[in-house]
Design a protein around this ligand. Structure first.
Ligand code: SF4
Ligand code: SF4
Length: 375
């Protein structure tokens, strides 16, 4: 085992291979508050990549309702239980990662899902935690809650799938940090499926190999955002590149959200993989639940997000989500406009800070038609 630095847990940790960060790292921010669980992302991915034989059960992108939704069943609960206590100091994780908790002879703490664990991908949809008594009036905050969690492969800096592969078939690309499975080298041992704590590697029984989200790398190579991003109805997603905290640049939109404003957080950072999909946490769910899921900074992140209406830079950047099919490498706010640029600094988009509001008359006298149902 090597010692590597994992900034998300505020310390170094054990990993199977030495630290080898790519030239740049693909990353994304998902704003949970805007997801409506329409599953358009799920279907965009399904029809693009997993419509073949042996892929019927696979959802490289899925959206589950928390706290009772899972795909596969109980993916997070099982591992949280296996990992034991997960205590944090102020910013440092004091517990053990899945690499550190592995028993002698194992590389990672993990578990293998049964085929039926994948059989109900939308289990728990819209199920609430908490209870509302019959006849009770609406309250804010409401005693019952749920939220939608959209998930893809995290293209982790320290992937458990890669660490566990005895064939060296899983690899991380130097040019963009995307994690792929070499289909020619893979022999279908499924160590990766067992090891990935997010359960984002799938076994194809027809080909006898493992398959996973590829971050739509043919699109990324052309400067385009992946399918699940550009089809997102809620405009919750922004793809880009993340730096380590010491090299963060405020004009990089992902760096700004993750490192400067600290409003976007990794999913289960205590697992130790340094995952590269970041979430703006839901403002209405209990802090204890969110702390376990996103780490100790979650309450500060929610405060920052709530203050966005007065923070014109943050509000403006959030307006870029879902506004272009291109990867935004740089951004800036100029007065009432937010500008986005590509890798070469070329402007690809500008959006107004505030959209104009048009009030349409209920009755259109010119065409003698009612424009709304109740003129
Ligand atoms: S999320 Fe899972 S499949 Fe994706 S890189 Fe991390 S360990 Fe591998
Ligand atoms: S398309 Fe967007 S809004 Fe719809 S479920 Fe997926 S992430 Fe959520």
């Amino acid at each position: 085992m090597a010692r590597v630095l994992n900034w998300q847990i505020g310390r170094s940790m054990s990993y199977w291979y030495p630290e080898n960060r790519p030239k740049r790292q693909f990353a994304a921010v998902f704003d949970i508050n805007k997801c409506i669980a329409c599953q358009t992302c799920t279907l965009a991915c399904k029809t693009t990549w997993t419509s073949g034989k042996g892929q019927e059960y696979m959802l490289w992108n899925n959206v589950e309702t928390k706290p009772y939704g899972f795909y596969p069943l109980a993916w997070d609960l099982k591992l949280l239980k296996m990992l034991g206590p997960q205590e944090w100091g102020r910013d440092e994780y004091l517990g053990r990662t899945i690499f550190e908790a592995a028993e002698a002879g194992e590389r990672v703490v993990g578990w293998m899902p049964e085929p039926r664990d994948y059989a109900y991908p939308n289990v728990g949809e819209d199920d609430c935690a908490g209870r509302v008594d019959r006849g009770a009036a609406m309250q804010v905050p409401h005693p019952s809650w749920f939220f939608y969690l959209a998930r893809i492969c995290n293209h982790c800096t320290y992937p458990a799938c890669l660490a566990s592969c005895p064939r060296g078939a899983t690899y991380k690309r130097q040019e963009d940090g995307i994690v792929l499975v070499d289909q020619k080298r893979c022999r279908g041992y499924r160590e990766c499926t067992k090891a990935c704590p997010y359960k984002k590697v799938f076994y194809n029984p027809m080909t006898g190999t493992s398959e996973k989200c590829i971050a739509c790398f043919p699109k990324i190579e052309q400067g385009l955002q992946p399918q699940c991003f550009v089809n997102c109805i809620g405009k919750i997603r922004l793809a880009g590149w993340i730096s380590t905290p010491d090299k963060a640049q405020a004009d990089n939109p992902i760096d700004y959200l993750v490192h400067v404003k600290r409003v976007a957080l990794p999913l289960f950072p205590q697992f130790g993989l340094e995952p590269n999909i970041y979430y703006i946490p839901p403002v209405h769910a209990p802090a204890t639940f969110l702390r376990q899921m996103f780490g100790p900074r979650v309450e500060a992140a929610i405060r920052t997000y709530r203050a966005a209406p007065e923070d014109l830079d943050l509000a403006g950047l959030l307006g870029l989500f879902g506004s272009t099919d291109r990867v935004v490498s740089r951004w800036a706010r100029k007065d009432d406009w937010v500008l986005a640029a590509d890798d070469h600094g070329k402007e690809i988009l500008r959006v107004p800070l505030r959209e104009p509001v048009y009030v349409r008359e209920a009755f259109d006298a010119q065409y003698q038609v009612a424009r709304v149902n109740c003129p």
